[in-house]
Design a protein around this ligand. Structure first.
Ligand code: C2E
Ligand code: MG
Ligand code: MG
Length: 698
């Protein structure tokens, strides 16, 4: 621009000499203006002209000026008249100041203004005649529309923040002017950019040297004039991300090409480059470590943090009881919101060095270094009450969390510790009062063992690993075997025998017991059948029916079908149901009646262990009652013997026979015999024995 001005001023000088001025009279005074030819010449340079007469406070503007801005030609009462007509209100003051400076004798004044119609232009005024006091009497003014320059300045400002290298491309000359060159580019290309400013040459050099091979062609296309020209027909900005190699490493870069003029014609543009590697890494990290639902940390973040932690502490995992209800009732969208609020609640309860994450679904984890156990407990309590408050306030289904907690020491396997917390958490699930559990190794070993059992169950059934042992029931009066109880054992691969107490409770929990009970029942039926077939003496062998098996629909029909299929009389396979099952199952009356109706004999097992109910004895059709070992063990005590006496008497009154279990000593046998106990099952006579041995006893 400065060059333009210098040129203009020299044109002006020569023109002054030629006196090629148009003069006209205004208010009786002669004023002059540049001739139309000169006005056109300046206009083609992007300049509009005017003359200013400071003494008269009058401005005469060129015809081109008046046409361009659609304003009057002559302005007396300067600077107010011109400012009022042409310059935007908020900028008028600085125009007055400009004129004031000129009148005070400055050699050149210049400033940019916005016009009333919103254009941006620069006014430059140069005095060209002076009075004796060296005060200007005539000045020549130029107005240049600086939209183009302004836009590039604005663009530069906009680019400056994010782009390391910015260049101005003069399309006509095919040259590139650097506005700014990044340190990396300077280091790599040195002065080359300034020495040879040919745009196409430079851009090709850059592409060859920096852009990765796979993206070179694409980049060449995007930087070509042809492509840019095409794009500029539709948009002002071209953005392109590409990868390069710098110092042997992949870098991520962004290219921005911006149009400078709003014209149809393809003209100069700016091109800027930025190294977005850091941002890219940041973004990749963000995506890798942020949970999309809570916008907090995800489990990857948690693991990363934990692996970098050098302090021991507590690893806590948390679930919400029945969270699926929230989704079912409120919908998934609200469900997500709830999860976010749960996350916020957790975060509010974190101490400075704690960190947390959402793993998935409603599973969250927290790590609290070096907190004492009590602190963790109170933290867990606080989160519980906060969540309860929250759900109340929001009218959501109650958010009841439960926690599993394990100790963590630096260097430990994270997934392993996480599995400990999950394990501890699951052992909470059933408990109503406490909602957290610390992990213990013994507990865990037990569960692992149980899991193994569950996994091996079907193989064990098909591999005949469940053995039936028989424990004789003996009449104490004559000492003869009158029956037996079938008791299951599990023969492990290594030959070890596992007692039922180790696996029955496990299978009762997961429902496999129904299959096992039925299997034992079926085998005992076949045992009876085999003996009948061989015309050997047959005695009833009772089988146990777990309280978990009773709950299954059609159990009676199923057992009935088995005896029918095998072809034996159900009286040979009495069914032992524990007293507790009888007390707790409301359908027991119906089921037991149905068993009896089909000819089965029922024994009430383990009488005396649970909430012994004599009235139950009355209302249910049990033919036999088995006194539990714990009762038998009280025989030595006065009160014990008395109560056994009453139970036996009452049972007999109700028409039941009595079997005493767990009789180990002769004295016990004698006492029971005195009380007219019908049968005795206990180590005193025989422990449970394998089938072969039992058969020999008969
Ligand atoms: P239960 O039905 O009350 O069986 C009697 C248990 O007392 C047997 O233990 C037996 O070995 C033990 N016992 C008998 N006499 C004595 C004695 O004099 N001293 C001592 N210390 N113990 C004696 P076992 O075989 O370990 O069975 C334990 C429980 O496992 C059984 O108690 C029964 O509830 C359950 N069970 C066994 N087999 C099955 C089955 O096939 N199905 C179901 N559902 N439960 C079974
Ligand atoms: Mg039993
Ligand atoms: Mg028993």
């Amino acid at each position: 621009m400065l060059f333009l001005l210098v040129a203009t001023v020299s044109v002006l000088r020569s023109f002054m000499k030629t006196k090629d001025l148009e003069t006209f009279v205004f208010n009786g005074k002669n004023y002059s203006l540049l001739s139309r030819t000169f006005q056109d010449a300046f206009f083609s340079l992007g300049l509009l002209t005017f003359r200013y007469y400071p003494e008269e406070k009058t401005m005469i503007i060129s015809d081109k000026f008046a046409e361009t801005y659609q304003v009057a030609k002559v302005y007396p009462n300067m600077p107010y008249s011109f400012a009022g007509a042409v310059i935007a209100e908020e900028e008028r003051q600085s125009f007055y100041e400009l004129i004031e400076k000129l009148e005070k004798g400055e050699k050149k004044v210049s400033n940019t203004f916005e016009s009333v119609s919103g254009d941006c232009f620069r006014v430059t005024i140069v005095p060209c005649e002076w009075n004796n006091e060296r005060k200007p009497i005539v000045a020549l003014g130029f107005v240049e529309n600086i939209e183009k320059q302004n836009r590039s300045e604005k663009l530069f400002m906009a680019l400056a923040k994010d782009y390391g290298s910015i260049y101005y491309i003069d399309v006509e000359k095919g040259v590139l002017f650097p506005y700014r060159i990044s340190d990396d580019i300077k280091r790599e290309y040195g002065e080359a950019i300034r020495e040879n400013s040919n745009y196409e040459h430079l851009i090709n050099c850059y592409i060859d040297k920096t852009v990765i091979d796979a993206e070179k062609d694409e980049m060449r296309k995007i930087c070509s004039y042809k492509f840019i020209e095409e794009c500029f027909k539709e948009k002002d900005i071209i953005l392109h991300d590409y990868r390069g190699i710098r110092d042997g490493k992949t870098i991520y870069c962004r290219l921005k090409i911006a149009k400078l003029q709003n014209s149809e014609k393809f003209s100069d543009f700016m091109i800027a480059f930025s190294d977005t590697t850091k941002a890219k890494i940041f973004e990749v990290e963000r995506l890798a470590y942020v949970d999309p639902v809570t916008e907090g940390n995800n489990y990857n973040y948690f693991k990363k943090q934990l692996s970098e932690t050098n302090k021991p502490g507590y690893f806590v995992s948390m679930d919400i009881h029945q969270f699926k209800i929230v989704n079912q009732i409120c919908g998934v969208k609200v469900g997500d919101r709830v999860l976010k609020e749960i996350w916020n609640t957790i975060v509010e309860n974190l101490k400075e060095q704690d960190f947390a994450a959402r793993v998935n679904a409603d599973h969250f984890v927290v790590f609290a270094p070096t907190s004492p156990r009590e602190e963790i407990e109170s933290k867990v309590g606080k989160v519980t009450s906060d969540l309860s408050e929250l759900s109340k306030k929001m009218r959501w289904p109650r958010l009841h969390p439960y926690f599993g907690i394990a100790k963590w020491v630096p260097g430990q396997n994270i997934e392993e510790v996480y599995s400990y917390t999950t394990f501890a958490k699951h052992s909470v699930k059933d408990e109503k009062n406490v909602n957290f559990q610390f992990y213990s190794v013994e507990e865990s070993d037990k569960v692992i063992e149980q899991k193994k059992m569950e996994d091996n169950f079907y193989d064990a059934i098909s591999g005949n690993c469940f053995e039936i042992w028989y424990q004789p029931k003996v009449s104490p009066v004559c000492g003869r075997i009158v029956g037996a109880e079938a008791l299951v054992r599990w023969r492990r691969e290594d030959g070890m025998l596992v007692p039922p107490g180790m696996f029955i409770p496990v299978f009762e929990r997961d429902g496999l017991i129904r299959i096992l009970d039925e299997y034992i029942f079926d085998r005992v039926c076949h045992f009876i059948k085999a003996r009948t077939k061989k015309n050997l003496p047959v005695l009833p062998v009772s089988v146990n029916l777990s309280r978990a098996s009773i709950c299954y629909e059609g159990i009676v029909e199923q057992y009935d079908k088995i005896v029918q299929d095998v072809g034996i009389n159900p009286k040979y396979v009495p069914i032992e149901i524990t007293e507790t099952a009888a007390v707790s199952n409301s359908d027991i009356k119906e089921i037991s009646n149905e068993f009896c109706r089909r000819g089965f004999v029922l024994c009430m097992d383990d009488f005396g262990t649970g909430y012994s109910s004599i009235s139950l004895l009355n209302s249910l059709p049990f033919a036999n009652i088995k006194l539990d070992k714990s009762l038998i063990d009280t025989i030595g005590e006065e009160k014990g013997l008395k109560s056994i006496k009453h139970i036996i008497a009452l049972s007999k009154d109700l028409g039941m026979t009595i079997t005493a279990e767990g009789v180990e000593h002769e004295s016990q046998k004698n006492s029971l015999m005195d009380l007219k106990c019908d049968n005795i099952q206990g180590f005193f006579y025989s422990p449970p024995v394998p089938e072969k041995e039992f058969v020999n006893l008969l």
